[in-house]
Design a protein around this ligand. Structure first.
Ligand code: HEM
Length: 124
């Protein structure tokens, strides 16, 4: 796949990740996240698949950019991987009553940070 195809896939997947996280957060706020519902299942499944796509397309982009595939990834890539992990773990955190509001504001900020890391590629 070309660089542009990976980039488009990456952006689509990112949008679905945040759509799902928003849905899951609102549901947890309103209902205390009790029990399973078709909506919760849809959002959970979308979140998982989209997160995987973010990772796959992210590594595809790295390959097209010629960034080495070893432990010597540049710091901005490690930053993005850390944010990716947080976005994954946040599905569990969203269920915690005291965390809803903080995550509502924090998660999009982390998404913006992940985008900034790709754009600026800081070397520290
Ligand atoms: C955690 C969620 C993530 C978000 C919200 C995110 C967001 C973005 C956005 C918005 C761009 C486009 C920036 C531009 O206009 O060039 C981008 C590009 C990119 N992302 Fe991610 N990303 C995420 C995770 C990852 C991960 C885990 C990786 C690596 C495994 C990755 C690798 C890349 C690469 C290599 C680019 C292209 C940089 C370039 O074109 O110079 N991203 N990301």
């Amino acid at each position: 796949m070309s660089y542009t195809t990976y980039k488009i896939l990456h952006l689509f997947a990112v949008l679905f990740v945040f759509l799902s996280l928003g849905g899951l957060t609102l549901r947890a706020m309103d209902r205390g996240d009790k029990g399973k519902s078709p909506a919760r299942r849809l959002a959970g499944m979308t979140h998982g698949i989209a997160l995987l796509l973010v990772l796959v397309s992210g590594f595809g982009l790295l390959a097209r950019l010629g960034v080495e595939h070893d432990w010597l990834f540049p710091p901005w890539v490690w930053g993005k991987l850390a944010i990716w992990l947080i976005l994954g773990l946040s599905v569990a955190w969203i269920r915690k009553k005291d965390w809803h509001r903080a995550l509502w504001w924090l998660l999009p900020v982390l998404g913006g940070l992940a985008a900034a890391l790709a754009l600026l590629k800081p070397t520290i």
